[in-house]
Write a protein that binds this ligand. Structure first.
Ligand code: FES
Length: 105
């Protein structure tokens, strides 16, 4: 399945990955720029922030309270902001497009 992470400068970074991993893991394994993931997926660092492209927001569950409270204090948060370590990829996420913020954390 294909996921595209587009940088804040508009550079698309397409990767091939497998369902079952998180959107953060798929980025880190493929050396995507713009995802730091300092805490390794523990939902405590907020350096895996992404913006989901329009149309994809409803394909993931609502953020859990831990994710929401981290997002609350992040710079540059938008309604489509999520922490990518909390987003598990399913087969129907093939073609997913997200943007990474200009800086993380
Ligand atoms: S990797 Fe740390 S919050 Fe997502």
């Amino acid at each position: 399945m294909k996921i595209t992470y587009t940088t804040a400068d508009g550079v698309p970074q397409p990767v091939e990955t497998e369902p079952g991993m998180s959107l953060m893991e798929a980025a880190v394994l493929n050396g995507v720029d713009g995802i730091v993931a300092e805490c390794g997926g523990g939902c405590s660092c907020a350096t895996c922030h992404v913006y989901l492209d329009q149309g994809w927001c409803d394909t993931f569950d609502e953020p859990a309270p831990e994710e929401s409270s981290l997002l609350e204090f992040l710079d540059g948060v938008e309604p489509n902001s999520r922490l990518s370590c909390q987003l598990l990829l399913r087969p129907d996420h093939d073609g997913l497009c997200v943007r990474t913020p200009a800086s993380q954390g």
